[in-house]
Write a protein that binds this ligand. Structure first.
Ligand code: TZP
Ligand code: MG
Length: 204
C-alpha cells in the first residue's frame, strides 16, 4: 500500500476516551491525517486485534494505512497494513520475514548509532525523535530537537517522520529539517475537536 507520512496519528486510548477512539480517528482522517498507528501498551492482544479490525474497516477506501505499534501478532491477525517497532521490540528482520514484502514497516530511531545499525533495506520509513520531551511516552529517549532531527534526516536514506511533543506550529521547522511528516498523539487525541486539530497541521 502506498503511504504518505505527512500527518501520522498515533492513538492513545486513554486520551481519546471522551471522544472515543474510532470517532477520533474518523474525524482526524477527515481533517487530513494520512497514516494511523494503533498504539496501546495496556490492552490484551485480543482487545487490540478487535480494535485494529474496527479501525481497518473504518479506514477502508480512505487510502490511509493502519499501522500497529510493537505487536507483530496483532498486525498479522488484524490484517493491518503494517507494523511500527521500537529499538527493543521485535527485530526488524523477523517482522519483515513474518509480514512479507508488501507490509509497511517502520522503526523508531533516536541516535546516529541506531540509524547506522538499522536494517535499512528491510524498512519503509523511520520515526525520528523524540523532538521534545513528552508526557505521552513513558521513559522516552533523550529529546533531539530540530537540529538533531536535521542531522538524522541528512544521514537517513529512508522517508522519515518526526515525533515527540509536536504541535501544528512546528510544521515549518519539521519540514525545514527535511522530514516528510509529523507524528502526533496529544495534539490530536484528546483535543476537543480532533477534526480541527488535524486540519490545523495541514493548514500550517
Ligand atoms: N515516541 C516518541 S515520542 C512519542 C512516541 C510514541 C509520543 C508522542 O506523543 P505526543 O503527545 O505527540 O508528544
Ligand atoms: Mg515500542
Amino acid at each position: 500500500m502506498p503511504f504518505d507520512l505527512a500527518l501520522y496519528l498515533v492513538t492513545d486510548a486513554a486520551l481519546c476516551a471522551e471522544t472515543g477512539l474510532e470517532a477520533t480517528v474518523e474525524a482526524a482522517v477527515k481533517g487530513g491525517v494520512t497514516m494511523v498507528q494503533l498504539r496501546d501498551k495496556h490492552a490484551s492482544d485480543e482487545a487490540m486485534i478487535a480494535q485494529a479490525t474496527r479501525l481497518k474497516a473504518l479506514l477502508e477506501g480512505s487510502g490511509v494505512p493502519l499501522i500497529i505499534n510493537d505487536r507483530l501478532s496483532v498486525a498479522i491477525a488484524s490484517g493491518a497494513d503494517g507494523l511500527h517497532v521500537g529499538q527493543s521490540d521485535t527485530a526488524v528482520q523477523e517482522a519483515r520475514a513474518a509480514l512479507g514484502p508488501q507490509a509497511i514497516l517502520g522503526l523508531s530511531i533516536n541516535t546516529l548509532a541506531q540509524l547506522r545499525d538499522a536494517p535499512i533495506a528491510q524498512l519503509d520509513y523511520v520515526g525520528l525523535g523524540p523532538i521534545f520531551a513528552t508526557a505521552s511516552k513513558q521513559d522516552h529517549a533523550r529529546p533531539i530537537g530540530f537540529e538533531g532531527l536535521a542531522e538524522l534526516v541528512r544521514a537517513c536514506p529512508l522517508p522519515s517522520v518526526a515525533i515527540g511533543g509536536l504541535k501544528a506550529q512546528h510544521a515549518a521547522q519539521v519540514s525545514a529539517a527535511g522530514a516528510q511528516g509529523m507524528a502526533v498523539i496529544s495534539a490530536i487525541c484528546g483535543q476537543p475537536d480532533p477534526y480541527r486539530a488535524a486540519l490545523a497541521f495541514r493548514a500550517s
